[in-house]
Write a protein that binds this ligand. Sequence first.
Ligand code: ADP
Ligand code: MG
Length: 375
Amino acid sequence: MVYANVEDNPFTPSFGEVPLVMAGRGQLLSEFDRAFSSQARRPSLTSLISGARGTGKTALLTLVEERAQERGWIAVDLVSLPGMLEDALEQTRSRAAHLLKGADDVRLTSLGVGPLSVGVSHSNQGRGNWRTQLTGLLDELAKHGVGLLITVDEITPGLDELIQLVSTYQLFVREGRKVALLMAGLPHSTSMLLRDQSVSFLRRAQQVRLGRIPDFEIEKALRDTFAHSCKSVSEEILAEAVQVIEGLPFMMQLVGFRMWEEGTGGGLIDDDTAREGIRLAKEEMKSRVLLASYQDLSPMDRRFLYAMTEDPVDSSVPDVARRMGKSNSYATQYKNRLLEQGVIGLCGNGRVRFELPVMREFLAETDEGQGWSQS
Ligand SMILES: Nc1ncnc2c1ncn2[C@@H]1O[C@H](COP(=O)(O)OP(=O)(O)O)[C@@H](O)[C@H]1O
Ligand SMILES: [Mg+2]
């Protein structure tokens, strides 16, 4: 892990960056560590990670990849786009180059004096299809006892190449090869992929739903991140920040970042200044995340959310249905849609709550929200 200079803001309110302190993922990371160290095959080597935007999917993939590499695996990271299969080959060849030297598929193209004049080309390019080529590379890695981890971020379930990758991977597993596949995506993308008959074996994969991180973990991570810098906040502010963050990693970074920026000089940031930081973070959450999520929703999805705002904490579907003037089964369809979009989450007894922080405040400020509260 890279430690920030104490003079720098230690928070990372952007997408895809591994945070300085990872909140609430200790157990998950230890399980992955065990899987990548173990001789026997463990189920988590095939995992499907789902979560809303900002729950830390990309950061988790990156970190697991780093840790697998520390344990001797070769890792390739793909984004689910056309050309991903070719990319998998290219990346494997380049990251495993030190192991493939002298192997059949690499030959010297020119010899001269000194290492710089030795050209190397891959003679197997264009020989055999994608699967044969990858099989050849896996054979080489196996000679060194090295495994291949493939990560796919932002999965798009309709992509043929993704289905082809998953099906081929299944064959590799069946052949007893040392391979791992971690995929991440939004909840509706992962559930669509799981419904695809041609990759039904994925239903037995480890499914990780990145939901809300418990408050005590967020509090600890905030405190620990501040500890890597020259500034701090009071315990009272820490508690207020945790209330606003509501367990979302991206929001933790945003709130921490804004509080830190507001403070001038080093040492303790005074409470009013820190509160201004929290306020700015909430506004940024609305404009950077909530507005986009809201614009993706249908009018009936939104009605469901407005109906939820009448409850102080969580809501039951029959109550929501009544407020919408619809049947329970009608409202349930919308509940399921919103769950798959990661906008709401389940909290036991079939009750639902907002999954994204500041959502309630955001809804109250929209025109429709003001209309809803008057009706
Ligand atoms: N467990 C975590 N604890 C604290 N911050 C995190 C955690 N996971 C991710 N982050 C931070 O949250 C932000 C969003 O993470 P990212 O991985 O891009 O989310 P996603 O891919 O799910 O949209 C990044 O700034 C990242 O540094
Ligand atoms: Mg991401």
